[in-house]
Design a protein around this ligand. Structure first.
Ligand code: PRX
Length: 643
């Protein structure tokens, strides 16, 4: 971040780009209510128009009251009705080379209708909670859209999560149906999705129906009476949209839950509803990615995260955009895989995370140079602060030294991008997400709730409701209030630190709580600690994030083993695997430091700040409240030898 503080490079909008851009400077002058009213009316098709723009009873908002609509209708059917059925919705690239498919809006409609009709036959109705645990196949988007068509709320669980993580989410939402696949592909190896799903369902008794897409043809066996193949579910079903119409939904009906890590061990079920969410993602997608009918857009995230929900599925489809959907990783089979895809489909917009950019940067520009990337006209970044050097590299080597780079700040909770430049309008600064999106009001507060001046750091807050904001935490009002609304009165606390510069532009500084951001994925320190302590040989564990040049943060854990257990390299591997089993491989600690004791305050609280400093090799702060100062010295020595 220190480099960002000194950053003074400026990239004013390109005139040629600005001439045709969807936004101009006047967008910032628009009245808040006028903006969200007219965007909703022009971008969304309503079965019944809304009567009231929004209602705000802190900390709960409702938007577009009285309106009736269907998300699937907006994302699929209306584009076919408007004569755009032949337009490609998704160019799908499977991981195995040559495994490709182009799915038009009409083709997507047929598949969604057949699958929705099949689900209906299995008993799925408006309100039936459905879990989805799949890889990056078109059927994942089809499953989400089919649920939305029927009015069945769903939760997508990232395919990299463990059986236990899946079981927790299925149980919390009380899912009755699970849609999964036999196996996924990752780096030439298979991921045992169905085997994990079987394990999870054995612990989530409400799930009585499982639908299994056959992707590799080698998954776990089907359980008679409970499991159905995707093929058997769609067999004989009509593809005529009238045979399985879009359920009219109230603006505030639940669309999906997405579980995200918080500062305690239990993930939070973040609630997103229908009209405000769809309006928010369609509007931001349109202006920020400068979408036109000719756009070929690629968001290289996973649909299992909010970025994929909002900017691979709902935003782009609502806008009738052609997207790329990719199953694999950047370096399989070769490190030029992404650039090959961009060249082949003439991708015009690429949206990815700083961790991916830094990985490409480490490999060097030669892989991108082997390909014609001249179709690109805009680049986006999301998920963590982007360091200026990565921003510059991205623009230079991927963006041909001319494309705008939009650094977009938002969260699972916000549903839509909140702080971002607008291409063609905003002067870009490497490392700064610049300013709030039109209709969004943000500020940086000090501890006592006053706005900080230029240059000073503070907490990023959001000062008034926005359409796609979370409607709470599922069945947990208390936690909702405590997490976001208790620090300042009537103002949403983001959990992020930020700084404002003298132009009023915002620079994000990372989390201020016990949430880590590893490769743009949010993980709680306590969740990883619980997974470690759950191992029979572990007496105590403390987990912190340390700075990592590539992944942003890496997980460091300090572990005290039970008496008589050897701190061997084999034990280290065993503990890492244990965390993978409990949460998923993304949560595996990069380092484990075995220590006979953890530093604690006299009242017995683990001093995480101090451990963070040790992990980052920083000067240690005040340790006078420490119960046993010798512990720190011991840990420092071990951290150096074992890291
Ligand atoms: O700390 C911020 C960081 O990611 C957090 C939200 O994580 P999640 O809900 O998983 O959503 C990630 C994708 C939207 C935020 O609290 N974050 C996200 N985007 C940025 C960012 N930090 C700095 N700059 C960003 N552009």
């Amino acid at each position: 971040m220190d480099t960002a503080l000194a950053e003074d490079r400026r990239f004013p909008p390109d005139e040629v780009f600005a001439a045709t851009a969807n936004a101009d400077a006047s967008i910032y002058e628009r009245d808040f209510e006028e903006f969200w009213t007219s965007e909703a009316r022009s971008r969304i098709s309503w079965f019944r128009d809304f009567e009231t723009l929004y209602e705000w009873q802190p900390p709960y908002a409702k938007w577009y009251l009285g309106g009736s609509l269907n998300v699937c209708y907006n994302c699929v059917d209306r584009h076919v009705e408007a004569g755009n059925g032949d337009k490609v919705a998704y160019f799908w690239e499977g991981e195995p080379l040559g495994d490709r498919r182009a799915l038009t809006f009409a083709g997507l409609q047929r598949e969604v209708v057949r699958f929705a009709a099949g689900l209906r036959q299995l008993g799925v109705r408006k309100g039936t909670p459905v879990g989805i645990y799949m890889g990056m196949v078109p059927e994942l988007a089809i499953a989400m859209l089919a649920c939305a068509r029927l009015g069945a709320p769903f939760t997508v669980v990232f395919g990299g999560f463990s059986a236990e993580a899946l079981a927790g989410r299925l149980t919390d939402m009380e899912c009755e149906v699970l849609i999964t696949q036999d196996q996924g592909w990752r780096k030439g190896r298979t991921v045992p999705l169905k085997a994990n799903a079987d394990d999870a369902v054995s612990r989530a008794p409400k799930v009585t129906t499982v639908v299994v897409l056959e992707r590799t043809g080698q998954g776990a066996a089907l359980t008679e009476g409970r499991d159905h193949t995707w093929a058997s579910v769609v067999a004989g079903q009509p593809d005529d949209p009238a045979a399985c119409p879009c359920e009219p939904m109230d603006s505030e009906d639940l669309l999906f839950l997405l579980y995200s890590s918080g500062t305690t061990g239990k993930p939070k079920g973040i609630v997103h509803t229908t009209a405000g969410y769809l309006t928010g993602v369609a509007t931001t997608h349109h202006y920020i990615f400068d979408i036109s009918p000719a756009t070929v857009y690629w968001c290289a995230a996973d649909i299992g995260w909010i970025t994929g929900h909002s900017y691979i599925v709902f935003g782009p489809l609502a806008n009738g955009t052609t997207s790329v959907l990719y199953e694999g990783v950047p370096d399989f089979p070769e490190r030029d895989r992404w650039w090959d895809i961009i060249e082949r489909y003439r991708v015009t917009v690429l949206y990815t995370a700083p961790t991916a950019i830094r990985t490409h940067m480490k490999w060097g520009p030669q892989y991108a140079e082997q390909h014609d990337l001249s179709s690109l006209r805009l680049l986006g970044s999301v998920g963590e602060p982007i360091n200026p050097e990565a921003w510059i590299w991205y623009r230079k080597h991927i963006g041909g030294d001319h494309t705008p780079v939009v650094d977009t700040w938002w969260q699972t909770e916000t549903g839509m991008i909140m702080i971002t430049p607008l291409p063609g309008v905003t002067t870009l600064k490497p490392g700064s997400a610049t300013r709030p999106f039109p209709g969004v009001q943000a500020a940086v507060y000090n501890e006592s709730g006053e706005p900080v001046g230029p240059g000073a750091g503070g907490y990023l807050v959001l000062k008034r409701p926005w359409p796609a904001m979370l409607r709470g935490l599922y069945k947990d009002d208390e936690r909702y209030r405590a997490t976001y609304w208790s620090r300042y009165d009537g103002v949403y606390f983001t959990g992020d630190g930020a700084r404002v510069d003298s132009d009023g532009d915002l620079w994000l500084l990372g989390r201020v709580d016990d949430v880590m951001n590893v490769s743009g994925h949010r993980l709680s320190t306590i969740e990883v600690e619980s997974a470690l302590v759950d191992h029979h040989d572990v007496a105590e564990a403390a987990v912190v994030g340390r700075a990592d040049a590539q992944t942003g943060q890496a997980i460091v854990s300090y572990v005290t083993l039970k008496a008589g257990v050897d701190a061997s390299p084999a034990k280290l591997t065993e503990l890492r695997e244990h965390v993978a089993m409990r949460i998923g491989r993304i949560a595996m600690p990069a380092n484990i430091v075995f220590t006979p004791e953890l530093p604690k305050t006299r009242s017995g609280k683990i001093m995480r700040r101090l451990l963070r400093d040790v992990a980052d090799n920083r000067e240690l702060g005040d340790t006078t409240t420490l119960a046993d100062p010798a512990v720190v010295e011991e840990i420092k020595t071990r951290a150096v030898t074992e890291a």
